[in-house]
Design a protein around this ligand. Structure first.
Ligand code: ADP
Length: 919
C-alpha cells in the first residue's frame, strides 16, 4: 500500500477519534501538507515539506484563498466554504513549481476557530492508477486489434489493418504510424500507414524500404532522437525526416518480421505509462495476426494456384496409406477418374482396376518398393470414363519420413498428349526410316564444321550403289571420290549451298569397283535460330543410265541431224495446216529459202488451190492404223515450170489419236516425169505412125466420096442436066465429107499435142469414142468387126483424156495386128470387143480380140519396155509399157490375160466422183 492509500485508510478509520482534537497539530508525514484555513477558506498557514513545492499565488489579498493555490480545473470543482467540505474526502491539484502540479488528498476538520486541512501527496497513487489503466487499455487494444485482424475476411484484411493502425495512432497520439513487413523477395516494405491530418506524411503505402531495417536490434523498441541529436542509426533518419522516431520490432520464429514505425513520436514522453513490453505487445498484436493471415492468404493462393495447375495439367497428388491399403487422390483428379465415386479414399485394388492390365502388376510392385524407400517413377495407362482410349499418366512418388511417421506421396501427370505425339513421332520416324531405307536415292546429311561440310549420315542405299560406307569417308574424303573432271563442279556446289541454302548439281562419284556413277545431287542447308549453318541434308539419285542414255540420244540425234541435213532427199516436218516446222537444206534449196527460214512457211504456198485441197484431203486420211501415205505431188516452184515430187508422209499422233505433225520425205521426180512424158509422146508419135495407114484410109474415104461427087456433078453439068437441087445435094455431101476429114485432122492434131501437166477429171467414154472415130473405119475396112458394149454415163476419172485414148489406140492396134497375123477365121470373122463396166469406186474397160492371145510364157513380159514379137522395124515394144505407165499414173491398173479366143486387156480406173454414177 502506498503512502496515500495508507493515509486514506487511516483517515477513514481514525477520523472520529481525531475530531475536535485541536490543540496539537497532527504529525506531518514527509509527503504531507497541513493547511490552516480561516472559516472563509483562506490559507492562514501551511506546514509540511510539500509546501515548498507549491507555486505562490499572485494574489493581492492576504490571507490568500485556498482556491488560488489550486489548478484552474480544481479551483472550479471546489465549491463553498470549508464547513461545506467537512466529512468529505477531498482531492486537490495544487499548482506546483515548474508546472509540476501536486495531487493531494485529505480532509478538513475544525481547528480552533478555523479549519485544518490535512493533505497527503497521492501523485504516486494516481500515476499508478493511470499506468494500470493504460496497461489495461493497451492490453484491451492489443486484444481487439489482434482479434479484428484474425477474424476479418482476407478481402478486408488491408482495410482492417489500416483501421487498427488508425486506432492505435489515435489512442496513443502518434502523428505518423506505419507497419513495415519483411517481404522475402522485395525486402522491407510499408504494409499500411496512418498519418494524422496535421502531421507531415512520411511514407506511402506499399513503399519499399529495401534493406533499411535490416540489422536492427529486434529485441526491443528503438527510440531515435531528432536530427539534432547524434543517432546511432543515421540511415534511418531519412525515413523519419528530422523528427524523433520510435520503432517497435516484432519477432517470430524466423527472426524480426515486422517493425511498427512511429514518426515524430517521443514515446516515453507521450506515453509514459507504456514500457517496452507494452509496445512489443502492441506490435505483436498487429503484426502477429497480420503475418499469420498473410501467410494464410499466401497458402490459400498457393493452393489455388496448385489446384489450377493440377486442373490444367491433368495432374494431381496422391497418397498411399500402406497400413489400410488405401489410396487418396487429389479431389479434382479423383473426380475426373471416378466421376460417380466417393472421392475420399479408395481401396488400392479399386485404383489398380482402373490401371491398364499391362501396367497393373508393375505399378503394384513399385508401390511396394516405395514403402522401402525406393522412389517411384512409372508411366501407366488408365481407363478414362467415357473414353475408349486409355489415358497415359506419369506416376511419381516418394516416401517422406520414417517408421510410423512415414508417408507415401506423389503425383500423377496426364501425359496422353505427349504419348500421342511420341507415338505419332515414332510412327513418322518409322515411316521416314522406311522411306529412307527403301529409297532408291541415297539420302545423306553433311555436318557443317568451320566452313566445311563433312558427311555424318548416309542411308543404306549408299552401299549397294557405290560400295562404300560413312566410315570409309573418314579415310578418303568425299571430294576425292568425285571424278577429277567434276571436282571443280563439286566445290562450286559446296560454295553455292552455303551461300544460297540450296543447290542442285550433277557429278560423277567413284564406286569401289573403280567405276563412276553419275549422281543428281539435290541438297538443302539447315540453319539454327541465329541463322548459322548446322547441316546439309540432301539426296543422290543415280542418273548414270539416264545420263548415258541422254548422251546416246544426243549423239544419235546428232547423227540423224547430219543424215537429214546431208540427205539428198527433201526432209521436213509440218503441221496439219501445212505450216513447216523444219525443213532440211535440199528442201530449202528447192524452195529458194535458207533452212532456217523454212519454219513458219506454209507448204501450200507452192500449190494451186486444187492441189492444196487434194493434199490436205490426203493428209486428213492419215490415221494411227495407217500413218503413212505416198503420192506424187505437183508444185509450182519459183522459177520453174512444174515440179513433180514423190512425197511420203508419216503422221505423228497424240494419245487421243489426233494428228499432231507430219514428217515427210520427198524426192524430186520432175526429170523422171519429164522423160516419161517424152516417152509417152514418142510412143504417141509411134502410134500415130502406126496409124498412118488407118489415117490415110480415114482421109481417103471422104476424098473418094468427094471425088465421086465432083465427077458426077461435072458429068451432069456436061450433060446439062444439073438441077439446083441435085447440085445442092452433092455440095452438101461434099461439105459433110470435108467436115469429116477436118474432124479427123483436128483430132490428130489434138492427139499429137503434149498432155497437160496437171491431171483433170474427164469422161473416159469420150476417149473410147475418140479412139473409135480414129480407128473404127479403118478396122471395119479391114473386115474387123467392132463389138462395142453399152457405155456408162457421166463417169469421171482423173488424168488426161488423150492419154487414155492413146492407150486404147495401142490396144486396138495390137489387137488388129494380132488378128491380121492370126489369119484363120473360117467360122467367126475377126472381131475386137470393147466393153465397159462400173462399180462404186472404179470403172473397167475390157478390150478383147479373137486373135489367138499371147503365149502364156510371155504374158508377164508384154508390159516390159521394148518387148515385142513383131518384126524389126514394125514393133517398138513401147506401146504396152507406156500404156501401163499412163494408167498407173491415173491411179489405175492395166492388166492382161488370155480369153477364150484371144488376149483380153483390162483398164481399171478409180472414179473421181464415185457417188454420181448413172448407168
Ligand atoms: P509392139 O506392138 O511394138 O510389139 P507392144 O508393147 O504394143 O509393142 O506389144 C508387145 C507385144 O505384145 C507384141 O509384140 C505382141 O507380141 C504382144 N501383143 C500385144 N497385144 C496383143 C494381142 N492383142 N494379141 C496377141 N499378142 C499381143
Amino acid at each position: 500500500m502506498n503512502p496515500g492509500e495508507k493515509l486514506f485508510a487511516r483517515f477513514i478509520g481514525r477520523q472520529p477519534a481525531n475530531a475536535g482534537d485541536s490543540s496539537t497539530p497532527p504529525n506531518i508525514p514527509a509527503n504531507g501538507l497541513l493547511v490552516f484555513l480561516d472559516p472563509q477558506g483562506r490559507v492562514l498557514e501551511m506546514l509540511g515539506p510539500l509546501r515548498h513545492a507549491l507555486a505562490r499565488p499572485h494574489c493581492a489579498t492576504t490571507p490568500v484563498p485556498l482556491l488560488e493555490y489550486l489548478t484552474a480545473s480544481h479551483s472550479l470543482a471546489l465549491e463553498g466554504m470549508p464547513a461545506d467540505w467537512e466529512g468529505q474526502l477531498l482531492d486537490m491539484e495544487f499548482r506546483g513549481l515548474d508546472e509540476n502540479n501536486l495531487h493531494l488528498r485529505g480532509w478538513v476538520q475544525p481547528w480552533n476557530a478555523g479549519w485544518l486541512l490535512q493533505l497527503v501527496d497521492i501523485g504516486d497513487l494516481l500515476q499508478e492508477r493511470r499506468q494500470l489503466r493504460s496497461h489495461e487499455q493497451c492490453q484491451q487494444l492489443a486484444a481487439r486489434m489482434s482479434q479484428q485482424l484474425r477474424l476479418c475476411s482476407l478481402a478486408r484484411l488491408s482495410d482492417v489493418l489500416h483501421e487498427q493502425l488508425q486506432e492505435l495512432a489515435q489512442h496513443w497520439r502518434i502523428p505518423s504510424l506505419a507497419l513495415a513487413l519483411l517481404d522475402e523477395h522485395q525486402g522491407w516494405k510499408i504494409s499500411s500507414q496512418y498519418c494524422a491530418h496535421d502531421a507531415p506524411r512520411l511514407w506511402q503505402p506499399e513503399q519499399s524500404l529495401g534493406t533499411l531495417l535490416d540489422n536492427l536490434d529486434g529485441d526491443a523498441p528503438l527510440q531515435l532522437a531528432s536530427a539534432q541529436g547524434i543517432s546511432p542509426y543515421p540511415r534511418l533518419q531519412n525515413l523519419f525526416g528530422s523528427h524523433e522516431a520510435f520503432l517497435v520490432p516484432y519477432r517470430d520464429d524466423n527472426g524480426t518480421a515486422a517493425w511498427l514505425l512511429c514518426g515524430n513520436y517521443p514515446a516515453h514522453q507521450r506515453a509514459p505509462d507504456l514500457d517496452d513490453t507494452h509496445w512489443l505487445q502492441l506490435a505483436a498484436a498487429l503484426a502477429g495476426p497480420l503475418l499469420g493471415r498473410l501467410r494464410e492468404q499466401q497458402h490459400h493462393r498457393h493452393l489455388e494456384r496448385l489446384e489450377a495447375l493440377q486442373g490444367l495439367l491433368g495432374t494431381g497428388w496422391w497418397e498411399f496409406f500402406a497400413q489400410s491399403g488405401e489410396i487418396q487422390l487429389a479431389p479434382q483428379l479423383a473426380l475426373s477418374l471416378y466421376p460417380n465415386g466417393d472421392h475420399a479414399r479408395l481401396p488400392l485394388e479399386r485404383w489398380l482396376e482402373s490401371i491398364h492390365p499391362a501396367d497393373r502388376q508393375e505399378l503394384s510392385s513399385r508401390l511396394r518398393a516405395l514403402q522401402y524407400g525406393k522412389p517411384l517413377l512409372l508411366c501407366v495407362r488408365l481407363h478414362r470414363p467415357g473414353s475408349p482410349q486409355p489415358a497415359w499418366y506419369r506416376l511419381q512418388g516418394q516416401a517422406i519420413g520414417l517408421g510410423e511417421q512415414q508417408r507415401l506421396v506423389g503425383f500423377m501427370l496426364d501425359i496422353s498428349d505427349i504419348k500421342n505425339q511420341e507415338r505419332q513421332a515414332d510412327a513418322a520416324h518409322a515411316r521416314l526410316d522406311n522411306l529412307i531405307a527403301s529409297s532408291p536415292a541415297v539420302i545423306y546429311v553433311q555436318r557443317y564444321q568451320e566452313g566445311a561440310l563433312l558427311p555424318s549420315f548416309f542411308s543404306h542405299s549408299l552401299q549397294p550403289l557405290l560400295g562404300w560406307t560413312l566410315a570409309d569417308c573418314e579415310r578418303t574424303p568425299l571430294a576425292e571420290r568425285v571424278h577429277p573432271d567434276d571436282r571443280e563442279l563439286y566445290f562450286a556446289r559446296n560454295r553455292q549451298l552455303l551461300r544460297e541454302g540450296t543447290v542442285r548439281s550433277r557429278y560423277r562419284l567413284a564406286d569401289t569397283q573403280g567405276g563412276y556413277h553419275w549422281v543428281l545431287d539435290e541438297a538443302r542447308l539447315l540453319r539454327d535460330d541465329l541463322g548459322l549453318p548446322v547441316e546439309a541434308v540432301g539426296l543422290w539419285l543415280d542418273v548414270t543410265d539416264a545420263t548415258l542414255a541422254a548422251e546416246q540420244i544426243r549423239q544419235s540425234e546428232e547423227r540423224y541431224r547430219i543424215l537429214v541435213e546431208d540427205s539428198p532427199a527433201m526432209i521436213c516436218r509440218y503441221l496439219p495446216d501445212l505450216t513447216l516446222t523444219f525443213g532440211n537444206r535440199p528442201l530449202a534449196t528447192y524452195l529458194e529459202q535458207l533452212p532456217e527460214q523454212l519454219p513458219g512457211i506454209n507448204l501450200g504456198t507452192w500449190m494451186s488451190h486444187e492441189q492444196r485441197e487434194a493434199f490436205v484431203q490426203r493428209i486428213g486420211q492419215l490415221s494411227v492404223e495407217f500413218p503413212v501415205s505416198t503420192a506424187e505431188i505437183n508444185l509450182q516452184l519459183p522459177g520453174r515450170e512444174h515440179a513433180w515430187w514423190v512425197w511420203s508422209d508419216r503422221g505423228v499422233f497424240d494419245e487421243q489419236g489426233q494428228l499432231q505433225e507430219i514428217q515427210a520425205v520427198g524426192r524430186d521426180n520432175t526429170e523422171v516425169r519429164r522423160s516419161q512424158q517424152q516417152l509417152t509422146q514418142s510412143a504417141k508419135m509411134a502410134t500415130l505412125g502406126e496409124m498412118a495407114t488407118g489415117l490415110a484410109h480415114e482421109i481417103n474415104q471422104p476424098l473418094n466420096v468427094m471425088r465421086m461427087a465432083v465427077i458426077n456433078v461435072l458429068k451432069r453439068l456436061n450433060n446439062g442436066d444439073a438441077p439446083i437441087d441435085y447440085l445442092q445435094d452433092k455440095l452438101k455431101r461434099i461439105e459433110a465429107q470435108v467436115q469429116r476429114a477436118a474432124r479427123v485432122v483436128d483430132h490428130m492434131r489434138v492427139f499429137g499435142r503434149r498432155s497437160e501437166v496437171e491431171q483433170l477429171p474427164f469422161d473416159p467414154i469420150q476417149a473410147v469414142e475418140g479412139t473409135l472415130a480414129l480407128l473404127g473405119e479403118s478396122l471395119r475396112g479391114k473386115g474387123v468387126e467392132l463389138r462395142v458394149g453399152p457405155m456408162p454415163l457421166q463417169v469421171r476419172v482423173r488424168g488426161h483424156a488423150d492419154q487414155l485414148e492413146q492407150v486404147l489406140i495401142n490396144l486396138l492396134v495390137n489387137a488388129r495386128d494380132a488378128l491380121s497375123s492370126h489369119g484363120e477365121y473360117q467360122d467367126t470373122p475377126p472381131w475386137i470387143s470393147i466393153q465397159a463396166e462400173c462399180d462404186a469406186s472404179c470403172m473397167r474397160l475390157w478390150v478383147e480380140d479373137n486373135g489367138g492371145g499371147i503365149d502364156s510364157r510371155l504374158l508377164e513380159r508384154v508390159f516390159e519396155p521394148f518387148f515385142t514379137t513383131k518384126p524389126v522395124g514394125i514393133g517398138t515394144g513401147l506401146g504396152l509399157s507406156v500404156s501401163h505407165g499412163i494408167i498407173e499414173n491415173m491411179g489405175g491398173r492395166l492388166s492382161v490375160d488370155n480369153g477364150e479366143h484371144g488376149a483380153r486387156f483390162c483398164i481399171e480406173l478409180p472414179l473421181d466422183n464415185p457417188d454420181q454414177i448413172t448407168r
